[in-house]
Design a binder for this molecule. Sequence first.
Ligand SMILES: [Zn+2]
Length: 136
Amino acid sequence: MDQAARVPGTSPNARTETGFKLDIEPFHIACDGVLPMHRPGICFHPDCSRPFNPTRDWQKYCSAACRQKDDAELRRVGMMAAPAMLTYRMTRNRRSDPVAVDTANAARRYTDQLISDWVKNRAERVQAAEEARQCA
Ligand SMILES: [Zn+2]
């Protein structure tokens, strides 16, 4: 199965079911597995963030449950971002059309705000999880 073309969180046959196809590798492969917010040996699910012993060097989560919860969050954020990303890309070069310029700017502001709020939220959840573990 061509993993790069799969829609995350869908069945392996999603590409043929929907016609969706992207010939781009997943980001974790494109960036050689370096995710700035991920600390090796610390669960990447922000509500968990507990230390664990990875059995493989690419393992980011302490359990399947944490991976599934974080996958669900990634899907939700992706669904929020996708319309703005498409809108921005479809309008950003139409500089002679003032409506398109306003739309492109609104789409860019939306994605910037979404990213900022999400990163801040994750950092706060990591800190809360670590503080809760220290109190336990
Ligand atoms: Zn975990």
